[in-house]
Design a protein around this ligand. Sequence first.
Ligand SMILES: NC(=O)c1ccc[n+]([C@@H]2O[C@H](COP(=O)([O-])OP(=O)(O)OC[C@H]3O[C@@H](n4cnc5c(N)ncnc54)[C@H](O)[C@@H]3O)[C@@H](O)[C@H]2O)c1
Length: 310
Amino acid sequence: MSTWLVTGGAGFIGSHLVEALLARGDSVRVLDDLSTGHRHNLPPGVTLIVGDVADPDAVGQAMQGVDGCFHLAAIASVEKGITDWLGTHRANLTGTITVFDAIRRQGGRIPVVYASSAAVYGDAASVPIGETEPCRPLSGYGADKYGCELHARVASHVHGIPTVGLRFFNVYGPRQDPKSPYSGVISIFCERIAAGMAITINGDGGQTRDFVYVADVVAALLAAMALRPADSPVFNVCTGRPTSVAALAALVADLAGRPLDARNGPPRAGEIRHSHGLPDRANAVLGLPDRVTLGDGLARVLHWMTEATR
Ligand SMILES: NC(=O)c1ccc[n+]([C@@H]2O[C@H](COP(=O)([O-])OP(=O)(O)OC[C@H]3O[C@@H](n4cnc5c(N)ncnc54)[C@H](O)[C@@H]3O)[C@@H](O)[C@H]2O)c1
């Protein structure tokens, strides 16, 4: 039986990972400050340490005796990165260095798989976006995620810590909080359309995104932990399939059996028009199976929302 530290394990993606680790009989410790995560996301049997990932003492204590660390704790919000630039930087980049440094201080080689983001690419010159595309982030959030990748190189090359970075595209699934101001478009559309409420589409709805189901993200995290590479690689975690926001709204309405009441609002300032990734490298190296289709994934979210409101 292995013991894993999952930072941010009480959050959306983290709690799905925790479930998968427990399901295979492993032991799980979670470090989370519960700023956006919730205790009730965690299944029984998990050790929760409530603490800050940028606090060296808390991370050092949480890291004791683990076989590996999945580092997901972050303020996962481009908007918060604008209004609280320094605060998000501390959680997102200082927090990541704190994780690597805790391992260095213990003199160990505990492997780390950490969450990066498609935000590292900024407005890429062409789609689909491969991992060799230049990183030109357009947000503090994206810049810090890129910083995490650069420090992961240092962790690996200078301190011998095996690291893998996963550039998640738009992740969706049950437990993504539609009430959070940082919530993804899918959880908001599903909640409102299923309740017969109107939705607002920013701009003309022609902007495209690569929506990846959370179970596929968990599969990528687990496969990445098995790699233990010496060259600190990064991989896209995406489907390679673009979906426009307008098409997404129509699909959700169809699946929910509701008429679509959509209004177009002003476009978001600085919003990237097209973003979808090239999954080939992750498929080849991580051996990932076919992704959950958008229709199946949305049906699961709608089902979860119905159950949750009963
Ligand atoms: N959801 C997506 O589409 C997406 C896309 C790209 C990257 N990511 C990354 O994946 C990771 C998980 O994101 P998520 O969608 O599950 O978000 P989430 O907000 O549900 O999870 C983040 C977790 O980190 C915790 N946290 C935040 N700051 C902390 C701190 N200083 N110390 C300890 N814990 C802290 C939160 O309480 C929460 O439980 C993040 O690193 C995020 O940047 C997510």
